[in-house]
Design a binder for this molecule. Structure first.
Ligand code: FES
Length: 118
């Protein structure tokens, strides 16, 4: 299975890179790599996950809202339904976050210790 390299950058200069398997959405690949990207409907209907494609190319795994896409600047891609067909670089006007993969029980135990130290 092919994998493509995805780069996300936003205006303040932050940048992350991760791999995306052929046929997988960029949203899902980002999540698997530990990044939470902006999304709401996750079905191509709202446009909140929009990013600007700076290089590369994508296909959509299922149709996205033409009405929403037509209202966006050229090269806009809805990441929740987009899958790469080559390495891609995107810019965003929103910031992703890093998913904390620490088990909840460990986080709660750590939080308890922090509270006792206060
Ligand atoms: S999350 Fe709604 S279009 Fe992507």
């Amino acid at each position: 299975m092919k994998h493509w390299r995805i780069s996300l950058a936003n205006d303040p200069g932050a940048k992350v890179e991760f791999d995306c398997a052929q046929g997988m959405t960029i949203h899902a690949a980002a999540r698997d790599a530990g990044y939470r990207v902006r999304a709401s409907c996750k079905s191509g209907g709202c446009g909140i996950c929009a990013a600007t494609l700076r290089s590369g190319s994508v296909d959509y795994v299922s149709p996205v809202s033409k009405a929403k896409l037509e209202g966006c600047p050229p090269a806009t891609v809805f990441l929740c339904q987009a899958t790469p067909t080559q390495d891609c670089c995107f810019s965003t006007d929103w910031q992703w976050s890093v998913i904390d993969k620490t088990p909840l029980s460990r986080r709660m135990a750590t939080a308890g210790k922090e509270n006792k130290e206060e």
